[in-house]
Structure formats: C-alpha cells, structure tokens
Design a protein around this ligand. Structure first.
Ligand SMILES: NC(=O)c1ccc[n+]([C@@H]2O[C@H](COP(=O)([O-])OP(=O)(O)OC[C@H]3O[C@@H](n4cnc5c(N)ncnc54)[C@H](O)[C@@H]3O)[C@@H](O)[C@H]2O)c1
Length: 262
C-alpha cells in the first residue's frame, strides 16, 4: 500500500526516537519531505541523515516562541507544512500522588499536553489559513483508561480531547486532526522504564487481546494512513493501535482473555 504523499512537507515532533522516528521513516517511504523536530538535536540530525531529503531542527515543544519560530522558518525555507505529527512526549514512573513531585507533574503536562497544543496551534493555524493539512497527535491507551500515571494519563486524555476540539475548529478550513492511541511499544522510553523495573513486559504483553506488544512501524502505518487522503473523511478520532489492550483489560475481572483455541 502506497499513499500519495509525494512532495508533501511533514513535520514530526519527537521525531528523533521511537514512535516519532518510525512515523518519519514511514511518511518518507510514501514520498513526504521530512522535518525531524526534537529537543535532542544530535539524535534528530542522525535520524534525518538516514532519510533521503530530510532535515532536522531543534525544538522544545514546551516553548511557544520556539515552536512558532520553527513553523515560520520551515514555511519560508522548506515550504508550507502539509502534515504534522505530534509525537514528542515523556513518560513517568507509576508513583502514588503522595510521592509524585509537582515538578515532574508540571513537566509531564507541559510536554505531553501543552506541547501538543502549542504544536497544533503554530502549525495548524497556518494549515487552516491555507485551507489544507492533516495533523496526527500521538495520544495513548491511557487517554481512555485509568492507570496509576497521575500526570501522564490525564495529559493524554487531554490530547484525545484537543484532537476532537481542534478537528471541529478547523474542519471547515480543510484541516483534519486525528490521534493515535498506541498500546505498549518497546521504544527507548519504555525500555528505560522496563530496565528500571517500573514496567513489566510480561504483563504488558499478557493484558492485550493479541498477547503481544505493538511494533513501532504498526503505529507508523496508521499514522501514514491518517495523514493521507485515503482518510479524507476521518477527523477528530483517536484510533487505538494497541493489540487490543483496551478491549482485553476489563476481561481480567472475568479471569482474563481466553486462550488460543486448539
Ligand atoms: N512507547 C509506548 O509504549 C507509548 C505508548 C503510548 C503512547 N506513547 C507516546 O508516543 C510518543 C513517543 O514516545 P516514545 O515511546 O517513542 O518515546 P521516545 O523517548 O523514544 O521518543 C520521544 C521523543 O520526544 C522527544 N522529546 C521529549 N521532550 C521533548 C520536548 N520538550 N520537545 C521536543 N521533543 C521532545 C525526545 O527527545 C524523544 O526523541 C509519546 O508521546 C508517548 O507518550 C508511547
């Protein structure tokens, strides 16, 4: 399956690692011209060097001034942005509220919630003015379920909510805004949590309907679809790409998902 993204300019925040880097590579494989925007300048450069025609840019999504300046520079020097993928994000340990510092809470909300809004604002308002564009926000299954991540999960719920509100806001202006809610994907961020004993890979696999974690390129394929004209009537949704974690977890109340049939 190839999507007609030839010549389209795509910006991926958090594109230097994990899901963002996978989305960038996949969009490029469908013909898009990539801008890898990340707070980690060196890693962004390395990822961009591996993608034909891609460039990298330093971006801290918590800074409105920096994001606005980058949107203006890209438009001027690289062309109008057709696709924005908001993947920049940080995760947190499953600490009880009594032990979760407000510094960490503020940081998670600043990057994962405010950062997505600021990116949508700076790039989306240009798309709306021009009359076309597609935004894909990387939310999470925790957008829709209670988990002991007291900053991350509410911030991700806000990402699903702002995906819906911005879709309604800019729909008549030709901008589609969608989200993806990945399940557990063994990216560098999740691997760090596993290594620190803060996530159990066996449980992450066991609690999904398919009995496994999600591959990065499975999220990236959904991203390319939502960013393409093949999804021309789809806006305001946050699509789970979760190996069925959302549908399977309530089954733990009834003894868990059923085993493979013989
Ligand atoms: N890995 C998972 O299981 C999983 C599940 C659901 C959702 N997600 C979401 O997917 C997105 C990507 O996560 P990942 O697992 O690939 O993590 P990752 O750490 O591999 O990649 C995240 C990238 O975001 C960048 N970043 C962090 N703060 C930034 C900032 N202030 N400005 C710009 N860039 C910044 C990092 O430098 C990094 O390159 C995140 O939004 C995360 O919440 C991940």
């Amino acid at each position: 399956m190839t999507y007609a993204l030839q010549g389209k300019v795509a910006v991926v925040t958090g594109g230097a690692s994990g899901i963002g880097a996978a989305c960038a590579r996949t969009l490029a494989s469908h013909g898009a011209r990539l801008v890898i925007a990340d707070i980690n300048e060196d890693l962004a450069k390395t990822v961009a060097e591996g993608i034909e025609g891609a460039i990298s840019a330093k971006l801290d999504v918590t800074s409105e001034a920096e994001t606005e300046a980058l949107a203006a520079t890209i438009e001027r020097e690289f062309g109008p942005v057709d696709i924005l993928v908001c993947s920049a994000g940080i995760i947190q340990p499953p600490s009880p509220p009594e032990e979760l510092s407000m510094e960490l809470w503020d940081r998670v909300v600043a990057v994962d919630q405010r950062g997505v809004y600021v990116s949508c604002l700076c790039f989306g308002r240009r798309m709306a003015k021009r009359g076309s564009g597609a935004i894909v926000n990387i939310a999470s299954v925790t957008s829709f379920r209670s988990v002991p991540l007291h900053a991350y999960a509410p911030a991700k719920a806000a990402v699903a909510s702002m995906t819906a509100t911005l879709a309604s806001e800019w729909g008549r202006s030709g901008v589609r805004v969608n989200g993806i809610a990945p399940g557990y994907v063994l990216t560098p961020a999740l691997q760090k949590m596993v290594d620190a004993g803060l996530r159990n890979p066996a449980l992450l696999e066991a609690n999904s309907a398919l009995g496994r974690m999600v591959e990065m390129d499975e999220v990236a394929k959904a991203c390319a679809f939502l960013a393409s004209d093949q999804a021309s009537a789809i806006t305001g949704v946050t699509l789970p790409v979760d190996c069925g974690w959302l549908v399977a977890t309530p089954w733990n109340t009834y003894g868990g998902v059923r085993p493979k049939r013989d």
